[in-house]
Design a binder for this molecule. Sequence first.
Ligand code: GLN
Length: 235
Amino acid sequence: MSAVRIALVLPDLLGTYGDRGNMLVLEQRLRWRDIACESVTVLSSSAAVPESCDVYLLGGGEDVAQTAAMRVLARSPGLQRAAARGAAVLGICGGLQLLGTAFTTGDGVRHEGLGLVDAVTEPGAERAIGEVVADAALPGVGMLTGFENHLGRTRLGAAGRPLGRVSRGTGNGHDRAEGAVRGHVVCTYLHGPILARNPRLADLLLEWAIGAELPRVAEPPELEQLRTSRSRAAK
Ligand code: GLN
């Protein structure tokens, strides 16, 4: 099997609350399975966004940084081309917003998004800040937890499927939806980093990238404990 190629996209603009950790988690989970991996960091000063990677990771960002990232990605469409051939993409918060069809920043300016998911973001009345719990709609992922801090509220269009349903926190801020999914593109408001807190989602992205099931690795006992106590509390 050739090495799995992971692109960390514009961490100099997108990467609040340690979102870069998502790359470290994917690398480690591949290492545990003895699968080779090659990570590429794409900076805003890089000549182009490569289109040959298997997984693309975009973090969150403040409005100005997010808008600058949007310009870079629109100019160099490697990510869009990779997504069109089925590469896995994970966009967090500002990353979610710019993968949608359009987003309006806090200053009222509307920006075109990359349109990889059917989602439109408008500013809310106040920032949504705090812990989030959601039930993922993706097979085998189960409960998702993370931390959110955003002004934008995201409405999914007719072709938009939520990543999950919020039971605590705000998420998209409409219809109790959290995030958006289309094919192998996963968008979410959850920082954490999300893949450290939700290893099942990490493995699903890797399985999409590899095109095969991965052998299980044991989850940390704390996570298992949390899952059990929550399912007991829900009864
Ligand atoms: N700038 C966006 C907002 O406030 C995203 C923030 C973030 O990525 N943390 O809605």
